[in-house]
Unconditional design. Structure first.
Length: 315
């Protein structure tokens, strides 16, 4: 069975003022119930359960974020990292726990700050991506969102000009947060949004990371046996002090574009909930419960009695 890595260690700084206004206190967005009764990280784990059993789901969080985890939430194995050094380091830290147990593991990477619906269509695409990677173990496959606007705040993926009309397409290059004018050009050329939802063999991810940051991988390999067995918080702190920040999209994906293909998520609505206007737009579009409570009380497990069948299917 595939493993899943749920990325839930982000700080969500851009959304902090809105979260405080909506919930009456500061809280990382992934631990807030936005558009439903479950937190974003719980919904992400629910999507991961479509391909991985709970013991093979690793949810990485910051050590200071554990008080925000909802009581009784089933998030698989929670991996606490001493500090946030970027998505690349967080992914490698999880891989260091997976590889000693299963060197041939197939891994899905799922950020926890996304809206994805409907879940059954997304699960079908994710299973298709897993089949493709099992047939092509040296490749990395990204699930990309068809662009609906020239959004300069997203990462973009350009497809090779000689690409066929196949379901899985080869990558030409990545463009991270382009100017508005360039975003318009990318949109007109049919470029896709980079969701960072990734499927690959764990050892392939490791080797692609070695190409990008050999020094970082060297530090991980020196401590690989200890990491796989679990280390104390004090040793984890010392280990992280030896690392440099690493961004998965910018530092790893961009330089390995020739090894990467994309699976467009057709029939799926995707949104990166990094800004309040995106959240409110989706809430209006799908008729989801508003995050703005009538009372300024933080209620991550609040129920919504008037949710329709359609709302339940998308929440």
């Amino acid at each position: 069975m595939p493993w899943s890595i749920v990325l839930a260690a982000g700080e969500g700084n851009r959304l902090k003022p809105a979260i405080k206004s909506w919930f009456g206190r500061e809280c990382p967005k992934q631990f807030c119930a936005l558009g439903g009764s479950k937190t974003m990280v719980e919904k992400t784990v629910r999507r991961a359960l479509g391909i991985s059993p709970l013991p093979q789901i690793l949810t990485i969080v910051g050590k200071h974020q554990t008080p925000f985890i909802p009581a009784h939430a089933e998030l698989g194995r929670i991996i606490e990292q001493p500090q946030n050094l970027g998505t690349g380091i967080g992914i490698l830290y999880c891989l260091a726990h997976i590889l000693p147990k299963n060197p041939e593991a197939t891994v899905a990477i799922l950020p926890s700050d996304h809206f994805v619906a409907p879940r059954h269509s997304f699960s079908r695409l994710l299973r298709s991506a897993i089949r493709s990677i099992n047939e092509n173990p040296d490749k990395l496959l990204l699930l990309a969102a068809p662009a609906t606007s020239p959004e300069p705040d997203y990462g973009w993926i350009e497809i090779r000009a000689d690409a066929s009309s196949a379901q899985i397409l080869p990558v030409s290059r990545f463009r991270e947060k382009p100017s508005l004018e360039e975003a318009r050009q990318l949109w007109s050329r049919g470029a896709l949004w980079n969701t960072m939802i990734t499927v690959a063999k764990a050892k392939t991810l490791w080797e692609l990371s070695r190409q990008a940051a050999p020094g970082v991988i060297r530090h991980f390999e020196e401590a690989s046996s200890a990491l796989g067995l679990g280390i104390s918080p004090e040793k984890a702190e010392n280990f992280y002090k030896r690392l440099s920040p690493l961004d998965f999209s910018k530092d790893i994906l961009e330089i390995n574009a020739h090894r990467i293909s994309v699976l467009p998520m057709r029939g799926v609505v995707w949104s990166d909930w990094g800004r309040p206007e995106r959240i409110l737009e989706i809430i209006r579009q799908f008729g989801l419960p508003s995050p703005i409570p009538k009372r300024r009380v933080y209620e991550p497990h609040r129920t919504f009695e008037e949710r329709t069948r359609r709302v339940k299917s998308f929440a």
